[in-house]
Design a protein around this ligand. Sequence first.
Ligand code: ADP
Ligand code: ASP
Ligand code: MG
Length: 586
Amino acid sequence: MALVVQKFGGTSVADAGKIKAAAAKAIARHAAGDQVVVVVSAMGHQTDILVDLARQISERPNAREMDMLLSTGEQVSVALFAMAIQAAGHKAVSLTGAQIGIRTDSTHTKARIQSISTDHVRKLLADGAIVIAAGFQGIDQNGNITTLGRGGSDTTAVALAAVLEADVCEIYTDVDGIYTTDPRMLPEARRLASISYDEMLELASLGAGVMHSRSIEFAKKFGVPVLVRSSFKDVPGTLILSAEQATPRPASGVALAKDEARITLENVPDQPGSSHALFSRLAASGIAVDMIVQNVGQGGRADISFTVPADDLAEALDLSRAVATTLAAAGVSHDGELAKVSVVGVGMASAEGVAGRMFTALAREGINVRMITTSEIKISALVDRKDGPAAVQAVHRAFGLEAETVDGAADAGIVKPEKSSPLEVVRRLEGMEDLAVEDCILDASQALVTFTELPDTPGVAADVFEELGRAGLFVDMIVQSHPRDGRAELSFTVPAERRDRATDVARTIAAARGATVADVPHVAKLSITGVGIRSHAGVADRLFKPLADEGINIDLVSTSEVRLNVIVAAEHGQKSLAVLRKAFGV
Ligand code: ADP
Ligand code: ASP
Ligand code: MG
C-alpha cells in the first residue's frame, strides 16, 4: 500500500464538473488500495477575485486580514471536494491548514512553514478516509491564519508529502508536465520526461510559474519524488527527481521573469561594509534581491547594482536612497521596465561555449543585454521588458530545445529514495522551511579577467564569449555590470593555467572596441551550497557582514537557489573560508 499526495490547482477545480472529475481520480487511487491525501487550491481565479475585492476596499490592505480573506478560497474548495467524494459513496474529510496543524511563522501573505503535525491526518487515513487538505494556508503560534504566498498550494502538497513520507506527490494542473519553457508563451516548447530538483528550483525561482519554487525546496530537502501531470489528459507527465537520477543536459529549460527592476547605487566608496549596509536594510524588509553586480570602479568608488521583483521596486528604492545618503554615494538610478531571461541546465558546468551560444542568439535578435550573472547551472541576462518574449525564443532555439523528442514515460521512473533521505542538514533546522546550508568550499584554481569601458551595444558579450569559446577556454563565473555613460564592465573567471591565453584573447577584443583589460592571476572563489539560498531574504547579507568585519573586500558575487559564489583576493581565501564556515554553521 502506497501513500500518495495529489494536488489539484485552480483550473483543475474551477467548477462542479471539474471537482467531480478530480475527485474521481482520488477515488480510483484509493480503490486501488493506496492511502490518499488531496491538496486543493481555490476554485479557478477565486484568489485573484478576492485580491481585487480587497484592493477595492483599501489600497494597502492589512496583511493579517488579507490572509483571513484569501484562505477562504481553499476552504470552499476542500468542502466541495469532500462532498464530491462522499456523494460517490466513499469516506472523505476536509481539513483547513489549522486543523491539520500546519504551523508557520507570522509573515502574513508569505509565511514559511515551521512544522506540520501528522497525527490527525494519519488517524483519518488509517480509518479509511481520503483526506482533503486546504492548500496555501497555515496558522501561526498565536492562532492567526497565514498564507504561504501566491501559488503556495504546491508547497503545502510537497511539504505534506515530506512529513507523511509519501511515495509520490502528484501535481495535477492545466499543462501535462514541465516544458522546456512556458508552452503558452512559446508553442514549440516540449515536455520533459524528467528534470532534476536543482534545475526545477532554478527555473521556478527564475520565472517558470508552473511550480511554486518553495515546493521544490521541500522536495529536494526531503527527497520527495514529484510528478507533474495533466488533470485533463491521461499522459505521462514529468518527474522531478534528484540529480543522480536525472539526465544531465547543458540546457533543460528557459525561464522568463517578466517583471524585474534594477537599482544602482552610483559611486559608492569601494570598501568592505558598503554592500552589507545596503543588503542588510533590504533583508530586514524581507526583500529578496537577485542579480547583484558590483563593478570594480575607479578612484576607490564603485557602482552596486541589483535586481528585485518590480512589485518590490518602490520599497527597495526608498531603502536604497536612505542607504546611499549614509554611504555618501553619488546617486541612485533605477529601471522598472526590465525582464530576466535565464537558461538552466545541470550539464552546463561541463559543457563549453554555453555562454557564447546564449549571447550570440540574443545579439542576432538585436537584443541588448543590460546585466549578466551566472552560477554553475544557470545563466541570467537582464533585458528590456519588451524584448523578453523574443529573448526566450532566441535562447530556446539556440540550445535546440524545440527539436528534441520527449524521452520515455515518466511513470516508469518513480523510485522512492531508500528511506525518505533528508539531507543531514535538515535535522539541524528549527523550522522545516528554514534555509538549509550544506557546505562552504574554497576554489583557489581560477584567475579573474575584467573588461572595463566596454561599449554598451548589442553583441558585445556574444563577441567576447564566442571568441573565448573558439580559443577552447572554459569560462566559469560571468558578471556584467549595469552600463553607465554607455560603457559596461564585464568580468569572468577561467582556470588559472589558462589565464595568459584568456588575457590575450580579451586584449584583442578590447583593442577593437576601445576597452581595457585587467587580470588577476589567482583569485579565491568561495561557494556556499544548500537549498533556498536566493529565496531566503538576507542570505547574501549573512555573507557580506562577516567578510566586511574582517576587512575583506568582495570582487564578484553570484546567487542561485542552490549556491552563492563570491570572489575575493587570493590571499584572503583561507580566512574567508573560516569566517563563512562559522557564519553559516557548517
Ligand atoms: P495551477 O493552477 O494548477 O497551480 P499554474 O497556473 O500555477 O497552475 O501553473 C501552470 C501554468 O504554468 C501553465 O498553464 C503554463 O502556462 C505555466 N508555465 C510556465 N512555465 C512553464 C513550464 N516550463 N512548463 C509548463 N508550464 C509552464
Ligand atoms: N489559491 C492560491 C493562489 O491562487 C494558491 C494556489 O493556487 O496555489 O495563489
Ligand atoms: Mg500553481
